[in-house]
Write a protein of this length. Structure first.
Length: 509
């Protein structure tokens, strides 16, 4: 729907044209003046209301002056050609045109006159004969749902979706004017959560001097806005919810301010240089706890964190458990800062989370259930940089008198030969295939097969396809793994990650 490239502000004329084409033109022209400064930020539409009064009003009530709306509709009546003149005026000034038909005859007029959008009023929201006629037009639809329950709203949304009609939904309170305590602004968020693929808007009937609702609507994520508008004269006074052009200008400025305050949407904001500088000035730096020599691998006991930090200093924020520091070619004295130019830093955070991403992808594909809040260990015998070639991911589920683990291997990954003196293991392949070398014998293990590895038996394994397998064993002891080539391994050779319930539930691919 091309109208929604920018936020759309709709000016509802209703009967405020007073049945006078020239007065209607004046309203449109004055609105144009106040909108010009916002044309780069917003789109604008003028909306009319069509009623075929000869058929819309029951014959017995057409001459009744004691019924407010019958009297007003008759007194402000315009012909088809007169409405068309107003429509052309809005189009000539670069505004979109929208119309609310209240009967089937009016729907046909909307199509004949070439309006951009059809609007469904709240009172017509479940007028199914009218909705059927509107759907036939295949025009984009904006619908206000004041007073409707969620079951009806779901039905109307489904009705238009089934017919592949573009639909936007407006939160609206049909109380004229609407007091603050009845505005129910949280309904915008309700709609956005329930219909995340739809444009959601706010049709407003509060006092036109009240600028707080538009700010809240913007902050809640509304993208379409509607307000009744008019121009007062010596003989024309506006009702309590219609805005003058001056009030419309204030409304648009309040919206603009709200958009500035809300900032970017759908992505993380980019901090300003001042914000970065202000934060940096309050961070702790890394300092030497002893004299550090060139080539020293810095341990946590070798450093301390203190304020204030110095320009180009290593910051505490860079010292995650996945970070490693080696002193370069200059002695760093006790209590001196560790400057970035004087050390070699390595941070494996991104690599580790790339690994976790691949692990979670295999787990999802295998449909294996991982217990919430499990401990996950990356076993990287020759370092993380060699993990995709040599290593395994181990998820510890239970370790009591019995032990359960889930192991994940990437395609082409291998685990070195080793044995256990205390622990006996049983492997069951849950997904993919496993090539197991056990006591010198090679076995290709497929999904559903089980293999027992007894105490004292050397075994290694690899997978060409990628694999998830379950290990059930007696109690696991950290010092009960004996490797043939342990002297070649890095220290530490394991990195621990905690798989929280939120992480398991919300991981995105």
């Amino acid at each position: 729907m091309a109208l929604f490239e920018k936020p759309l502000f709709t000016f509802e004329m209703a009967n405020n044209h007073q049945g006078d084409v020239e007065h209607g033109r004046r309203i449109i022209r004055e609105l144009k003046k106040v909108t010009e400064k916002y044309e780069n930020e917003f789109d604008f539409a003028v909306k009319f209301q069509y009623r075929d009064l000869d058929s819309f009003i029951h014959p017995d009530y057409k001459e009744r002056t004691d019924i407010k709306n019958v009297k007003r509709f008759q007194e402000t009546r315009l012909t088809t050609d007169e409405f068309l003149e107003l429509k052309k005026e809005a189009e000539a000034l670069g505004m979109y045109t929208m119309c609310t038909p209240f009967d089937e005859v009016s729907v046909k007029r909307v199509v004949e006159q070439g309006y951009d959008v059809i609007k469904i009023a709240s009172c017509s929201f479940t007028d199914w004969p009218l909705l059927e006629e509107i759907a036939k037009t295949e025009l984009p639809v904006i619908a206000s749902a004041a007073g409707s329950d969620m079951a009806d709203i779901d039905r109307v949304v489904s009705f238009f979706r089934h017919r592949q009609i573009k639909l936007a939904l407006m939160h609206c309170i049909a109380e004229y004017p609407t007091p603050d305590e009845h505005l129910e602004m949280n309904q915008i968020a309700l709609y956005k959560n329930r219909y995340p693929d739809m444009y959601i808007g706010f049709s407003t009937h509060e006092s036109p001097d009240n600028m707080e609702p538009i700010k809240i609507a913007v902050a809640k994520g509304a993208q379409i806005f509607e307000k009744h508008v008019g121009v007062s004269t010596d003989t024309v006074s506006l009702n309590g919810y219609s805005a003058t052009p001056e009030q419309v200008g204030n409304w648009l400025e309040a919206a603009m301010q709200a958009y500035r305050m809300c900032g970017v949407a759908g992505k993380r904001y980019e901090p300003s240089e001042k914000e970065k500088a202000d934060l940096l000035a309050l961070q702790r730096g890394v300092f030497a706890n002893r004299d550090l020599q060139p080539g020293d691998k810095v341990d946590y006991d070798d450093i301390f964190y203190a304020f204030p930090c110095q320009p180009n200093q290593v910051l505490a924020s860079k010292m995650s458990k996945y970070a490693a520091i080696t002193v370069a070619d200059k002695v760093i004295r006790k209590n001196q800062p560790l400057y970035l130019d004087d050390v070699i830093m390595r941070d494996d955070t991104e690599h580790i989370f790339e690994i976790v991403y691949r692990v979670m992808k295999i787990i999802r594909k295998s449909n294996v259930v991982i217990p919430i809040d499990s401990t996950c260990q990356l076993s990287h015998h020759y370092g993380l940089e060699q993990f995709e070639k040599t290593g395994v991911t181990m998820i510890d589920c239970i370790n009591r008198e019995y032990c359960k683990k889930i192991l994940i291997m990437f395609p082409g990954q291998a685990h070195p030969a080793h044995m256990h003196k205390k622990k006996e293991e049983t492997f069951t392949v849950l997904y993919g295939t496993l090539d197991l070398v056990c006591d010198g014998k090679i076995r290709h293990v497929v999904q559903g097969e089980t293999v027992v590895v007894e105490r004292g038996v050397d075994h290694s394994f690899s997978s060409e396809t990628g694999c998830v397998f379950e290990e059930i064993s007696t109690t696991h002891y950290a010092d009960d793994s004996y490797y043939e080539k342990a002297g070649e391994f890095v220290n530490p050779r394991k990195t621990t990650i905690y798989l929280t319930g939120e992480m398991l539930a919300n991981f995105r691919f």
